[in-house]
Design a protein around this ligand. Structure first.
Ligand SMILES: NC(=O)c1ccc[n+]([C@@H]2O[C@H](COP(=O)([O-])OP(=O)(O)OC[C@H]3O[C@@H](n4cnc5c(N)ncnc54)[C@H](O)[C@@H]3O)[C@@H](O)[C@H]2O)c1
Length: 352
């Protein structure tokens, strides 16, 4: 395969970025895009030069010149397009979280297995150098055995009120902590087994957005380690960064602290003071570079070289399972078990 022929479903902020990156990548050919609004299709076609546009992704999947498709629809609308992509015999790159129900994630894993197709989940933080260094430090054993972890991802209120229009159909935990659950599970090399969580609905609910302002969840892992996941999205917009973010692991012989509130640059002007972001995506010499494009590039390598993606459907499923238990606990007020991988999938994925 010379170039991987790509389609994109969902052309919002992220979908356009996928289309832009793949339209200029030498190993990719952006063949077709799909989103619900015709005007948006025209806009993205003009910016990326993509020739084939669809308001219905099922029509796009009838083409016979696609190798792989990106799903970049809102959090709770990944399942149906991802299932249709896999059923059509294509590999799929799904935005995080893989799905917002674990039975849906299990179904995707079964279809991928049956059709021999790949699922990669775009947990793009795994392509950030500090997290890779943390992983290497843990694997080397120099900080001992992980005992506990803490991960915060708190956005400004701009995100649920202006950046996305569907905050009321997701939660800060699905939108933000999904990244952190993936990172901690990967760093600890252990599976989530039990979760309990508390949340508050005050500020956003008063503004007509029926979702949590803040969620704090504690998850127990199979190794005995536990982690706290904090997500909120009501910081005032005067906060100098769109996200206040850190991940910390405490181990028997040391600790690791990864801070992403500040990405090495601060800018002050007469009107504002800010910490601009650039590590995930940044414009460098006319191209989008950073951890996010690297994540997209590695999906091309996995498809071309027929290797396993670095972040698989199974990884995505386990994150969804932990988050499902967190949301059950928010409802019940009790600790909830994380649904283990069903026996048929355990057998199928153990063979790999
Ligand atoms: N990895 C990251 O750092 C990161 C950052 C932001 C968002 N995201 C994730 O990316 C996904 C998309 O987020 P976004 O910010 O681009 O949202 P968005 O609202 O800007 O875009 C979503 C798009 O999907 C389209 N859509 C919805 N249903 C569709 C359907 N059935 N068929 C075709 N198109 C459909 C909408 O019209 C919209 O254009 C979410 O899952 C979000 O959590 C990831």
């Amino acid at each position: 395969m010379e170039r991987v022929r790509i389609g994109v479903i969902g052309l919002g902020i992220m979908g356009e970025l996928y289309a832009r990156i793949y339209s200029t990548h030498p190993l990719a050919e952006l063949v077709a895009v799909s989103t619900r609004r015709q005007e948006r299709l025209a806009e993205v076609a003009k910016r990326t030069g993509v020739k084939n546009t669809y308001t219905d992704y099922r029509k796009m999947l009838e083409r016979n010149d696609l190798d792989a498709v990106v799903v970049a629809t809102p959090d709770s609308f990944h399942f149906q397009p991802a299932r249709a992509v896999l059923e059509s015999g294509r590999h799929v790159l799904v935005e995080k979280p893989l799905t917002t129900r674990v039975d849906e994630a299990d179904e995707l894993l079964r279809i991928a297995q049956r059709r021999g197709r790949k699922i990669q989940v775009a947990f793009n933080h795994r392509w950030l150098s500090p997290y890779q260094q943390a992983k290497a430090a843990l694997v080397s054993g120099k900080i001992g055995q992980p005992l506990a972890a803490y991960a915060r991802k708190n956005d400004t209120i701009f995100v649920p009120t202006e950046y996305i229009s569907w905050a009321g159909q997701t939660t800060s935990a699905w939108f933000l902590s999904s990244h952190d659950v993936d990172l901690i599970r990967w760093l600890l090399e252990a599976e989530p087994v039990e979760a309990r969580a508390l949340g508050r609905k005050e500020v956003l609910a008063a503004r007509g957005i029926p979702t949590y302002d803040v969620i704090q969840a504690q998850v127990k892992f199979s190794s005995g380690a536990f982690a706290t996941f904090e997500s909120a999205w009501i910081y005032p917009n005067t906060f100098p960064s769109i996200v206040d973010s850190f991940v910390e692991v405490l181990a028997t012989a040391g600790h690791i602290h990864m801070d992403r509130k500040y990405e090495s640059i601060e800018v002050s002007s007469k009107d504002s003071f800010s910490y601009p972001k650039g590590f995930l995506t940044g414009e460098i010499f006319g191209r989008v570079r950073g951890a996010f494009p690297s994540c997209l590039e590695d999906f091309l390598f996995a498809v071309r070289e027929d290797t396993a993606p670095h972040v698989t459907g199974l990884d995505g499923r386990q994150v969804t399972a932990a988050l499902e238990a967190i949301h059950q606990s928010l409802e019940t007020g009790s600790s909830e078990p994380v649904r283990p991988l069903p026996a048929d999938l355990q057998a199928a994925y153990a063979r790999r």
